[in-house]
Design a protein. Structure first.
Length: 187
């Protein structure tokens, strides 16, 4: 009995491993322009999982320019994942494991604050994506989750452009106009 179960699981794993499972991870919105000191918020979306396939876990690095953006420490892993995420300046590591079968479309939300003028690319680097499929053991009738690595992964990063606040430009313009009036009166 145990040998039969092992052979069934092995056969299913080999069969699943041969199925092409292409997925796409996307940051939404893909382009944002924010004022200095304001927030750029993102959602990390997953698309392309076939019917009946779940996501058992993920290990994804979100990289950004820490000279332009500051991570707000507001990561929310969406769904029924145990969150093991971490952060160092320039890299936000998203690490989640599912205790049960999960078929998500949104994996996480997070945000950054613009701390300097310029453009920062916010890019995704996938370390691991683990797919799950539920198989029913024909001998016991119990459901079992069989896991496999998803290797055909496309990523779509984003860009954040931090621009000066309009109030700063108005203040600069008012100062220059004041200097012009003062110079005219004293000439």
């Amino acid at each position: 009995m145990k040998r039969t179960l092992t052979l069934i699981i092995l056969a299913c794993t080999l069969m699943i491993g041969s199925v092409a499972q292409a997925v796409t991870l996307s940051l939404i919105p893909q382009n944002q322009t924010i004022d200095l000191g304001n927030t750029a918020s993102f959602s990390l979306l997953l698309s392309g999982l076939d019917q009946g396939i779940g996501l058992g876990g993920f290990d994804i690095d979100v990289q950004y320019d820490p000279a332009i953006l500051d991570y707000n420490d507001d990561l929310a892993i969406v769904g029924n994942y145990v969150d093991f995420s971490s952060h160092v300046p320039g890299t936000l590591n998203l690490l989640g494991l599912a205790p049960s079968f999960v078929t998500p479309s949104e994996l996480a939300t997070f945000s950054f604050t613009g701390i300097a003028h310029g453009t920062s690319i916010v890019d995704l680097f996938v370390n691991d994506l683990i797919g799950d499929i539920i198989l029913t053991n024909p001998e016991t009738g119990e459901n079992e989750i069989v896991s496999f690595f998803i290797t055909d992964i496309a990523t779509e990063g984003a860009a954040v452009n931090v621009v000066p606040e309009p109030g700063t430009l108005i203040l600069l313009g008012a100062g220059l106009a004041g200097l012009a009036v003062w110079r005219r009166r004293h000439s």
